[in-house]
Ligand binder design. Structure first.
Ligand code: SF4
Length: 594
């Protein structure tokens, strides 16, 4: 049967028919009413609730978390850290969360739900959990799934029956401040500087523990000493007296500070800052921590391949199922792990802020296209950019200063923050530094940096399943590996399952790295012209060489700790021999050989 064709007369009729069809389809899809998304209005966390509401948080290493909790408690909050996320938490995340999320979302979201379920099993009613607990986390506007974390927490909590549980965002001041009255979580100077100290100390302890433990002479000593050290620093952070000018000022000045708010606040800001950073209490606490750690006995002649960890922020930080317990596994297999401080991420954000501000200035400047004779407009444009650069630049300088100062105070052997400009330059031929999200160009930059500077024997990238930026990095890493032929680079996808498979792949790469480390060590030993026994004998006679904070100067081109160490010891032995020979010449004074 022939189909009867409908004759369309003109364009107007096409448009009318299209519009009619659009209306019909929108009606079917329920889109005929305005459906704007509104962020759910959440009950505020108010100042009156501080004494009964517990702030929950998590997602870092135990060193960071213990110190952060101590700062919260020292500022008068009830605070508890969540357990390290495990596979059951991941499964809960999958059960209650959206499909197609990245692996850290499932782990962290599931971990919160799992903890609330645990509280319920302990006998706390659901209503009491909603009233007496809040979760504190970082937020973002993306562009990767990090931007969806807040929504994911709320969605999974709702699905698990904890609808109305409060999620406070670090980024979003509305989530922190109460709608009216005094906010429950208040960002004071004490809180800000306390957190800064906690974060930096956590980074330094984390770096130190992975530098010292592989070489400890007495098994278990490093873990025990670090536990005691962190505990005692936590006590110090918790119980420290806050600086108040009205109490510290001499009696004659107290009334002035009492009556003048501006004067009081100004002195309090500088006084608190000084107390947190340069005060007697913090310096004494760091000094005693340094002494305790330096008492651990180490043997740096053990040959170990250095495995640099890179990858996504959370996957390279967590110490549990989230990355297949990778650090523990690597150490068990005889490697030395080179971890990444959280401070690198902050330094990256500052660097990116500066680079973006500069790149976008032609469109953001106050006067778009001033002519060359419009001097005032050109000056305003120029000064605007300089002001912006100066502000971010000052932040960068301070951040670097505070990090390295903490590192020096805690023994001085912590790895320095890598220059962000160099990382961006090394990555740029492969990964554009303006491609944002996750670690951005950092994964590629670090891989190249640690290889060309011979700072490790292998690079292990921990990439969560479903991670958009890490997948992009992975795509270009094959070009990177092709260019740097002697690079040992292994990307491992952390998915919550397949631990055995991941460990076996790491074992294979580690086998090659071990050969590399051993060959390097043997070449260095040959260069010294001494036997290992002779070197060990000298070390036995000089106990300072068995201390973790003994400074071994870095030699370019050598990655292994043992190789660096024997070269240095050999230099010391040669120096001692020369001095001994000179001492036999009458009339020549002998300086201190050590
Ligand atoms: S960086 Fe990757 S794993 Fe991390 S939040 Fe973004 S998408 Fe998820």
């Amino acid at each position: 049967m022939a189909t009867k064709l409908v004759q369309i007369e003109d364009d107007v009729e096409i448009k009318q028919r299209l519009e009619a069809e659009r209306v019909r389809l929108r009606k079917i899809a329920g889109l005929d009413r305005p459906t704007h998304f509104h962020r759910p209005v959440e009950r505020a966390f108010t100042a009156e609730e501080r004494s009964k509401v517990t702030i929950l948080f998590g997602g870092f290493t135990w060193k960071h978390e213990d110190l952060i909790r101590a700062v919260f408690q020292g500022c008068g909050y009830r605070c508890e850290k969540l357990p390290v996320p495990d596979v059951p938490a991941f499964q809960i995340g999958k059960e209650y969360g959206n499909n197609g999320q990245c692996n850290p979302t499932y782990f962290t979201v599931g971990n919160l739900v799992q903890y609330l379920q645990f509280l319920e099993k302990e006998g706390i009613s659901r209503q009491d959990i909603l009233n007496n607990y809040v979760f504190f986390t970082a937020g973002s506007c993306g562009p990767c799934r990090f931007g969806m974390y807040e929504a994911e927490y709320r969605f999974a909590l709702k699905n698990a029956g904890f609808d109305g549980f409060r999620v406070l965002l670090f980024k979003d001041s509305d989530g922190i401040k109460a709608a009216s009255g005094e906010p429950g979580l208040k960002f004071t100077i004490d809180f800000g500087f306390g957190m800064l100290n906690a974060l930096l100390m956590g980074d330094v302890f984390n770096d130190l523990i992975y530098q010292i433990r592989p070489f400890e002479t007495n098994k278990g000593e490093t873990d025990r000493v670090f536990r005691e050290t962190v505990d005692s620093l936590c006590d110090d952070l918790k119980n420290r007296d806050s600086f108040e000018i009205e109490q510290r000022a001499p009696d004659w000045a107290k009334p002035k500070f009492k009556s003048n708010k501006i004067l009081r606040n100004t002195f309090n800001v500088f006084g608190k800052m000084h107390e947190h950073m340069w005060g007697k209490d913090i310096l004494n606490a760091l000094g005693s921590a340094r002494e305790k750690m330096n008492a651990i006995e180490v043997d740096r002649t053990k040959v170990k391949p250095v495995a640099k960890i890179t990858g996504e922020f959370w996957a390279q930080t967590t110490e549990g199922d989230g990355n297949f317990h990778m650090f523990e596994f690597l150490e068990r297999e005889g490697a030395q792990v080179l971890v990444e401080p959280i401070a690198t991420w902050v330094a990256y954000l500052l660097y990116q802020a500066k680079a973006h501000a500069k790149a976008k200035w032609p469109v953001n400047r106050p006067h778009r296209d001033p002519k060359w004779w419009e001097l005032k407009k050109n000056l305003v444009n120029e000064m605007g950019l300089r002001k912006k650069m100066l502000g971010i630049g000052a932040g960068q300088v301070m951040w670097n200063y505070f990090y390295h100062r903490t590192a020096r105070s805690l023994g001085g052997i912590t790895h320095h923050l890598v220059n962000q400009k160099e990382l961006a330059a090394l990555a740029h031929p492969f990964y554009n530094q303006f491609a944002r999200g996750g670690e951005g160009h950092l994964e590629v930059g670090k891989n190249v940096y640690y290889t060309v500077h011979h700072l490790c024997h292998m690079v292990l990238a921990l990439k969560p399943f479903g991670c958009m930026p890490s997948s992009q990095s992975d795509g270009v890493q094959s070009a990177v590996v092709n260019k740097f032929k002697d690079m040992i680079f292994l990307p491992i996808e952390t998915s919550g399952e397949g631990e055995v498979n991941a460990h076996s792949r790491v074992q294979m790469a580690l086998g090659e790295a071990k050969v590399k480390a051993k060959t390097e060590f043997e070449q260095c030993l040959k260069m010294t012209g001494k036997s290992l026994d002779e070197i060990k004998e000298y070390i036995a006679e000089h106990p300072e060489l068995k201390r973790p904070f003994y400074q071994v100067p870095h030699r370019e081109g050598i990655a292994g700790t043992a190789a660096q160490f024997i070269l240095h010891v050999s230099d010391r032995m040669d120096k001692s021999t020369k001095l001994w020979r000179r001492a036999r010449v009458p009339g020549v004074a002998v300086p201190n050989a050590a």
